[in-house]
Design a protein around this ligand. Structure first.
Ligand code: FES
Length: 164
């Protein structure tokens, strides 16, 4: 058999389902509603695990509090959703590894411990999190954030109050 007839035979060959291997598994989207009540440990469900992909954040509400939740790999972190510069929603910032860059003026925070990398004394408060039953849960506050506001913009602009 020449190469042309070999190729022609292969081109004309139809794959049977058993030749094609197992059918691709399509993941069924989790559309369950979030549990409304806090669990017995006081954690509130804020997202389905699949609602955030790695490197993504989102602002959620726990009672009357706005909290920024971030995913880094399989781990989830929660901090106050108010930037300690001018209260921008950190849940809308860009995530790089375990840091988020504020969407307003580029201050950078490590969401594992709330540390502000731009101005170390301007940390944000943190909350404990857990994953259970396919949901991300936010629990008690683990640290308080700075109450100061104002200061230099990371983009070079100045505001009237500057951290000392
Ligand atoms: S409000 Fe976040 S850096 Fe200005």
């Amino acid at each position: 058999m020449g190469i042309r007839s070999f190729i022609k035979r292969k081109v004309n060959q139809r794959l049977t389902p058993s030749d094609a291997g197992p059918a691709p598994q399509s993941k069924v989207a989790d559309t369950r509603s979030l549990p409304r009540a806090p669990d017995s440990q006081g954690f509130s469900a804020v997202l389905r695990v699949d609602d955030l992909v790695d490197g993504q954040g989102r602002t959620v509400a726990v009672g009357s509090a706005a909290i920024a939740v971030f995913r880094s790999g399989e781990a989830f972190f929660a901090v106050d959703d108010a930037c300690t510069h001018e209260d921008a929603p950190l849940g809308e910032g860009k995530v790089h590894g375990t840091t988020v860059t504020c969407p307003y003026h580029d201050w950078v925070f490590d969401f594992r411990d709330g540390r502000c990398i731009t101005y170390p004394d301007r940390y944000v408060g943190c909350f404990t999190t857990k994953v259970h039953d396919g949901f991300v849960w936010v629990g008690a506050r683990t640290s308080e954030g700075s109450t100061e506001r104002g200061g230099d913009h990371a983009d070079g602009l100045n505001t009237s109050k500057r951290p000392s």
